[in-house]
Ligand binder design. Structure first.
Ligand code: F0G
Length: 446
């Protein structure tokens, strides 16, 4: 495997390394919730790949061209052209980030008691639909436990058909999350997307793509199928199978903020635009500064580079392979933005009810200052499909030596994992428990 850093430093930030004792105090003060910890106290921050991207020298220079006009800004014109070319849709409505797009979708389509089907909703969409009184339902492919299957991001077509046939009146719309963030960052196959789209269209329901990592998906698709198409062409094949496309540009926009909705259909654009004006701002900025729009306009081009995407996917699989070699159970094949450790398999003596994933998250921080996120019972409650810990790799931020350090910490945890205890929630906000939870370690035997 190639492990060569294709970027060199121009600006640097010193990493703060605390002692284990200092981190233990910080954890206690933070209610054992890593979202409550200051980033200056984190050694390697793998909490998210969202908005944590390092921008390129060209993005920084484009930023200087910002035009902050309320209407008709030239930064928006560059953003518009770039977003149109990226997803091949005519109408583009900017929003301040992905969840704003999700809120607009929910406001347009959902009524109380509706079902919203998805290969797997990520936490924000999941919470927004529940907030609207709708019921988000995950129907991931049955192959999610098959390590030899490349497209674990797929939707279960037979369950989709069953639900459309038997619950048609309750279903508001279907969302395909590309890649499937919550279950491994794994790609969706175009064939699966196409079948799902055609099925949903037979029942005349809106079909929506959440494509915040669609460039990574396209690269994984290209590698798996060995097709002779460039990344833009592959993305366009995907986006041809949806009524509305939206993305958080904090991911594959290689930006710090932003997002947009896109469609070819006038009937949707007027509905989206009016909600965007009320909640986000005029449609030529949608809650974004001209500087953000410039960074995104350039980022949506940089992300199409196969050098960039190869580097990104190689970094992710480098970490995955290191952990796998050490016997740490990781979800395979490796996805596009993160490595997911199966906490349940790794730490067998702690149950999902005792938040096994959070126990691993806390230990990663205590021992190595590594910040990761639980994707399991704490995040999804009874709807959790697995109990995972996500190590999300920010774009262009860390080097191979940082990833080796992460593996070293895992080795130490493996050797002493018997000493780990479960956690319990002291308090949390019901819609977004993992962001707000205050936790405490469970007493051994308690
Ligand atoms: N859809 C997916 C698949 C996501 O992963 C996220 C965010 C969103 C929508 C919402 O976008 O943050 O711009 O409002 N995911 C982040 C993460 C937070 O850590 O994976 P946003």
């Amino acid at each position: 495997m190639k492990s060569f850093d294709i970027y060199k430093y121009k600006v640097v930030e010193k990493i703060n390394i605390l002692s284990i004792e200092e981190r233990e105090k910080i954890l206690e003060k933070a209610g054992y919730n890593l979202f409550n910890i200051s980033s200056k106290n984190v050694t390697i921050d793998l909490l998210t790949d969202s908005g944590t991207n390092a921008i390129s020298d060209l993005q920084l220079s484009m930023m200087m061209l910002f035009d902050e006009s309320y209407a008709g800004s030239s930064s928006f014109e560059r953003f518009l052209e770039s977003a149109q070319n990226f997803c091949n849709k005519k109408y583009i409505i900017p929003v301040h980030q992905g969840r704003a797009a999700e809120k607009i979708i929910a406001d347009i389509f959902c009524k109380e008691g509706n079902y919203v089907l998805s290969n797997t909703h990520f936490d924000t969409g999941f919470a927004i639909y529940r907030y609207k009184g709708a019921i988000p339902i995950n129907i991931p492919t049955p192959e999610i436990d098959d390590d030899s299957f490349c497209f674990k991001g797929n939707i279960d077509l037979s369950r989709l058909e069953y639900l459309l046939t038997n619950e048609c009146n309750r279903i508001s719309h279907v969302v395909m999350t590309i890649t499937n963030n919550a279950l491994g960052g794994q790609p969706v196959d175009i064939e699966n997307l196409k079948q799902a789209y055609l099925l949903v269209k037979r029942y005349d329901k809106p079909f929506i793509i959440d494509g915040c990592r669609i460039a990574e998906n396209a690269m994984l698709y290209k590698k798996a199928k060995n097709v002779n198409l460039n990344i833009r062409e592959i993305i366009h094949s995907y986006t041809s199978y949806c009524d509305i496309f939206y993305m958080s540009t904090k991911k594959d926009g290689i930006a710090h903020m932003g997002g947009f909705l896109a469609t070819d259909e006038e009937k949707w654009v007027s509905k989206i635009r009016q909600l965007a004006i009320i909640f986000e701002g005029f449609p030529s900025y949608g809650g974004l500064s001209g500087k953000d729009m410039e960074i995104i306009a350039r980022g949506l081009n940089e992300v199409l580079s196969e050098d960039y995407l190869n580097d990104r996917i190689n970094q992710v699989s480098f970490l995955g392979s290191l952990l796998h070699k050490e016997g740490i159970p990781v979800i395979k094949p490796f996805g596009g933005h993160a490595i997911f450790v199966d906490a349940q398999k790794f730490i067998e003596h702690i149950t999902p009810d005792d938040l096994v994933g959070q126990s691993l998250v806390v230990e990663l921080y205590r021992l190595g200052g590594i910040r990761a996120v639980e994707v399991g019972n704490l995040m999804y409650g009874k709807d959790a499909i697995k109990n995972l810990v996500r190590l999300a790799i920010p774009r262009r931020v860390y080097t191979y030596s940082h990833l080796e350090y992460v593996c070293e910490i895992f080795k130490e945890i493996k050797n002493n994992k018997k000493n780990l205890t479960g956690f319990e929630v002291v308090s949390s906000d019901p819609l977004v428990p993992h962001f707000t939870a205050v936790l405490r370690p469970k007493k051994v035997g308690g």
